[in-house]
Design a protein around this ligand. Sequence first.
Ligand code: KIV
Ligand code: ZN
Length: 387
Amino acid sequence: MTEQNRVVIFDTTLRDGEQSPGATMSHAEKMEIAAMLDEMGVDVIEAGFPIASEGDFAAVSEIAKQSRNSVICGLARAQLPDIDRCWEAVKHARQPRIHTFIGTSPLHRAIPNLDMDQMADRIHQTVTHARNLCDNVQWSPMDATRTEHDYLCRVVEIAIKAGATTINIPDTVGYTAPRESAALIAMLLERVPGADQIIFATHCHNDLGMATANALAAVEAGARQIECTINGLGERAGNTALEEVVMAMRVRNDIMPFRTGIDTTKIMGISRRVAAVSGFPVQFNKAIVGKNAFLHESGIHQDGVLKNVETFEIMRPADIGLTENNIAMGKHSGRAALRAKLADLGYEVGDNQLKDIFVRFKALADRKKEVYDDDIVALVLDAAANT
Ligand code: KIV
Ligand code: ZN
């Protein structure tokens, strides 16, 4: 696979993720998550928004000092004091990045009350300023997916000429759809002079449940950086989930031949830690990291996976660092699963004994949502005592 197919993973759990109402993390928790991101092979960690608060500044500075492998990025509005403050925080990193942004769609242009020419001047001035401080500058036209194409091409060209090395195309309100997301990147690559010299990034929100699909479509069209968060944490319905895009490109590498530097066996550990420190539990049926993502309860499925795991699993639990059993014992479970579970628990039973325990098991499963290992051991002992 060529370097052309290497996709940069930019994690913004500590910035966009933390912007989720109620997801605030303590300083120590941010350090811990940043260390885990660094360790698992995330290429760029967006560590915070240094001008937003003293706490954010301190966290970005310390993450910059502690990071070993990842590029450390801070966010800054298109204002010189923001950019200076961001640089003060990220400059300690081995590989610092300044990420500056401004809303370019008609709705967002109206907020600072800048016309198109005034905004273009502001972009030129702020990106030039950032580039004078740092060799690695990312620029984002916020709400890009609702920005007029001609204007988007114009401002992207200005940012590239001013020295931006990554151009991020945010779908700020989760409005786009996969075909449109791909077409936007293709259009920019075709129309903007110098577009082949920089990396295009995709930054998707999940308001319509399409963040993962939109990010992958952008990559297929030529974007080479995905912005994402652990568990899809983020504003409103969240951001593209890191675990989803990484595993999608791995499992369907036949049709999406892209490579990341992520050690996928670290996914489950960081997912659980982010859920704990952010206070945002992961929904049971969440793709990849949900409690039920690798669990099989129905008799037909359990029988299938016991015979050949590939019948109902497209990836191995171990691929994401999950070691627990994938068989959930409940009222839909069949005899084959019960026999396997008993063997796991150290009980080799004959056919008659299995029949007896199975009847007891079904009666219990009808009353209880989940049947735990201890319940099954109790059933075995009960059956033995009553025969
Ligand atoms: O969603 C968005 O537009 C953002 C920008 C700051 C990149 O998070
Ligand atoms: Zn965002």
